[in-house]
Structures are given as C-alpha cells and as structure tokens.
Design a protein around this ligand. Structure first.
Ligand SMILES: *Cc1c(COP(=O)(O)O)cnc(C)c1O
Length: 489
C-alpha cells in the first residue's frame, strides 16, 4: 500500500520539489492537499510538465496549478466500481476520500483488479517432469507408462485393488453403469444434491434416475430418504439396478447405513467421489466403498489433470472390462473385430503425467483446503447468520469447497444477494448445487425427501460456496472475510 504522507504535498511547494517527490516515490502521482487536509487535486508528471512549458520557473510554487475536480471514490466503495472508474478515466490510481474530502487510501490498479476465483488449478513441482518424460519418449498417445503408473499410484494411495484412468469423471460414471448392465427402462437411485454429471450417464444408458434427498447431518444422501425409496420400489415390484451416492464438497456420505440398505435389497452402490478424493469415512479412503467408485480430475477439483477421471474397484474383471470398453471395445483379433459398442474414454499419457505429479501433493492440498475452511469459520465465528457445512465425527472432509448456509431468520440477505455482492468485490462465490429433482430436464423423475420437507431444497436456497483454492494467500482470505462481513452487516 502507498504511504500517503510520502506523496502528499501543498501549494506552498515548488515545481522542483514536486518533481523531486514524484521522482523519489516513483508512483507517478502526488496528492495536492488543501490547508484543511482535504484533497485539492491529484498531480502527475504531465501536470508539472505543462506548468514548465507555460513558462513557470522550476522554483515557482504550485499556486499556478489550476484547480480541477479529481476523480475520487468514497469509503465503503466496491472494488468493481473503483475499477470501472479507473477504466473509464484511464487511470491507474484512485484516491479514496472520507466525507470531509480527506484521502484515506490511494487505490492502485494492480491491487484492485485482482479477482479471487472459486477453485483454481494448483500445480506442484513434479508434473512437468512426467510430461517432459512423455515428450522425450514420444508417448503422446492415449495410454502409455504414465497412465499405467497413475492408475497404480492412485490405487495404492486410496487402498483399492484396481483403477482405470479415463477422460473424465463423467465417463467413469458412464462406464460404471455400463459395467453393471444398466440399460433401457432400468431405474437408478442417485443423490439429488449434486452436479448434473452424476445423473446424466443414467440417461445415456436409457435408464431413469430416481432422486434421493440429503440429510442435515452431512448434506449427503439421507439413509431415511433412501429407505423410503427402496420401500416404494419394492412395493412397485421393481428395484433399482444401482444406487449412485455422491460425496459433496469433499465430504463422504454416511456409508454404513446406506450400504446396509443396499445390501438388504441386493443393489450395487456406485460411489461418485469426484469431489472427495483425499477424504475419509471412518478412516478409510472416500471413493472405495462402492462396487465401483469414481474420481474426477477436472480443472476445479482438488487435484487436476486439466480434464480426466478414474474408475476404481476391487473387482479386477470389472476394471479390465472398463479398459476394454473405454478403448472402443476392440476384441482380440488381428483385424478390427467388435462384438460390443465401446467408447473412446481413455486418458492420454500426457495428462496422466500431470496426474502423477498432482498425486504427490494431494495431501498438501487437502491440508490447505481444510485450513481455508477453518480460517473462514474462525474469522467469521461472530457472524451469527452463517452456518458452516457440518463435519460429523466419522468424517474427514477435504473441504474441497468451503460451504455455508445463511440463516434467513437472522438476516434478510440471502445467498444470491451475498454472491452478487462478492462479485462486486471481484470475489467469485457460487450457490450450492441446484438439486437434480428441481432441474427442468429431470422434472418427470421421482424424488424422495429426508422428512416432511426437503433438506436439499433448503440447502440450495440458503447455501453459498466460497473461494476455496489451495493456492490462495492469507491476504486474499482476509479480503474475502472482510467483504463477507461488509456484505452481511
Ligand atoms: C465434477 C463432478 C463430476 C464430473 O466429473 P468430470 O471429470 O468433470 O466429468 C461428477 N460428479 C460430481 C459430483 C462432480 O463434482
């Protein structure tokens, strides 16, 4: 921040003194103050040059400088407004003044135009080496040594038997459904509070999703709602072919009661752990609880390959079949022979190199994201309208996204208003996922709520996800907290 006393000057000063001050401070701007300390105007090199060209001597005072109305902004300004003012006027500086016209702060463009995003990629130091290795050995194709190693290293890390690296988390879910022979007319239960990619592959297979509400304890699939859905399905005489359980924002669902229900009805569970790599449920890696599990390495996830996914299982045959289907289902024959419809879903050897590097820093990234969440919770502990995403004692959440709800009984400012206000401060926040049962595209799908009222509806209405990147600075976090405080005041 620029020290105001160093660049402040009065009309008693000479042109030479003003030039020397500009030269010394090198900010390209001076503040000309009136007797009472209020801002008279700003001065730049050009203003002084014009005085000299007009014939004023170097030793002459600044009295000759014309009075102009300098562009200023009031305290309590929004960053977006300040930046707009700078852009409109082509300035790189903008004084902030109080009601009496006294300068409180001098904003600089490079400080003010910094946008804080929700969740950005955060590379470590080893990624490039693996990618360079792929270039050096010309393993540019899909498949190759990085893919094999990435699969083995991830499987070892989460403690699962087998893994297949694919082009996206969505592709992994699609393969999982295909491997479980889900087809036209089948039903698949799926968490409602999630991203559309959890449910879309059900439709790719010609099957129909049935959406299951969240419980308040972890915001993930409610066992009570799941049980209602199973009871109704049994009554109808048609059980679902699979249950897709999503782990929201880095937190596992309460797997024991969910798995007990799946076992009771003999229905396999697919774990959508796209958002929860690095998390644990009762000490065991999130993603490893289903018949099949999936991870995503999309650009916004806790680690990324820019785009990619992984399908995991303890069943070797399933994963081998997944690799077969993901490479166009080419039967073993000297010619091109196909007995099944396949996909082009494999991960490239280059991107797997990025993934191998990212795996090395996963633990660090988890600790950083958890620290971000803790920081919000502590720094905003006294903001009574905020309720943070709960973390039950069986959960070790990565807090991939720091999420909270705003209690409408305490403040009139809802999630949407807060998100808009933060956008004005150049901070990207997002609503909590809009539940799938509220999506127009799934309007005709059945839905089972946790209780009398729907928990996911409430979370969607009241929820906000805050910037959560593992590469945010302490200063950025302070800025976000201050902006939230200001918005909710
Ligand atoms: C990101 C995400 C996916 C999709 O993963 P992609 O790699 O982007 O295809 C699926 N489910 C959930 C819950 C996600 O957050």
């Amino acid at each position: 921040m620029i020290k105001l006393s160093e660049i402040s000057i009065t009309r008693q000063a000479s042109i030479k003194e003003a030039l020397a001050c500009l030269n010394q401070t090198a900010h390209g701007i001076l503040l000309l103050l009136k007797e009472d300390g209020a801002l008279d105007r700003t001065i730049t090199d050009g203003d002084l040059r014009r005085l000299l060209l007009d014939g004023h001597a170097l030793g002459a005072s600044l009295v000759a400088l014309p009075s102009i109305q300098s562009v200023v902004i009031g305290a309590g300004y929004l960053r977006r407004e300040a930046l707009n003012l700078m852009n409109q006027n082509g300035f790189n500086h903008l004084p902030v003044v109080d009601a009496a016209g006294r300068v409180l702060e001098l904003l600089e463009r490079r400080e003010i135009d910094e946008q804080i995003l929700l969740s950005t990629p955060h590379m470590g130091s080893a990624e490039l080496e693996f990618v360079e290795e792929a270039f050096r050995t010309n393993w540019i194709a899909p498949l190759g040594p990085n893919v094999d190693a990435f699969e083995k290293e991830l499987a070892a890390l989460v403690g699962i038997g087998h893994a297949a690296a694919v082009s996206s988390g969505t592709a992994a879910i699609h393969l999982a459904l295909r491997l479980l022979n889900i087809g036209a007319g089948d039903e698949v239960f799926c968490s409602t509070l999630t991203f559309a990619a959890s449910a879309n592959p059900i439709v790719y297979q010609g099957a129909k999703p049935v959406f299951i509400d969240s419980g308040p304890e972890s915001w993930n699939m409610s066992a009570a709602a799941l049980e209602k859905a199973f009871v109704a399905a049994e009554k109808k005489g048609r059980l679902p072919k699979a249950v897709i359980v999503v782990n929201l924002y880095g937190q596992s669902a309460d797997m024991d009661p969910i798995l007990a229900l799946c076992d009771r009805y003999g229905v396999p569970m697919i774990e959508d752990a796209a958002e929860s790599l690095g998390a644990q449920y009762k000490g065991k890696a999130s993603g490893t609880f289903g018949r099949l599990g999936i991870y995503s390495f999309n650009g916004n996830k806790i680690i990324t390959t820019s785009g990619g996914g992984m399908l995991i299982s303890d069943d070797r045959e399933l994963i081998e079949k997944a690799r077969f289907l993901a490479t166009q289902a080419r039967d073993p024959a000297p010619h091109y022979e196909h007995t099944q419809i396949g996909y082009n879903y494999r991960m490239s050897n280059i991107l797997a190199g990025v993934g191998r590097g990212q795996l090395k820093v996963l633990e660090d990234r988890v600790l950083s994201r958890r620290a971000v969440f803790e920081k919000y919770r502590e720094a905003l502990a006294d903001v009574s309208c905020l309720q943070w995403m709960p973390e039950p004692d069986w959960s070790y959440s990565t807090h991939w996204l720091s999420a909270c709800t705003i209690d409408p009984a305490v403040t009139q400012i809802g999630g949407t208003a807060l998100i808009q206000r933060l956008a004005q401060e150049m901070i990207e926040a997002r609503p909590i996922w809009k539940p799938m049962h509220l999506q127009p595209v799934f309007a005709d799908c059945a839905y089972f709520s946790h209780g009398e009222t729907s928990v996911s509806d409430r979370l969607f209405k009241q929820g906000v996800c805050l910037p959560s990147g593992s590469n945010m600075s302490e200063a950025q976090l302070e800025r976000i907290c201050a902006a939230i405080r200001k918005a909710l005041r």
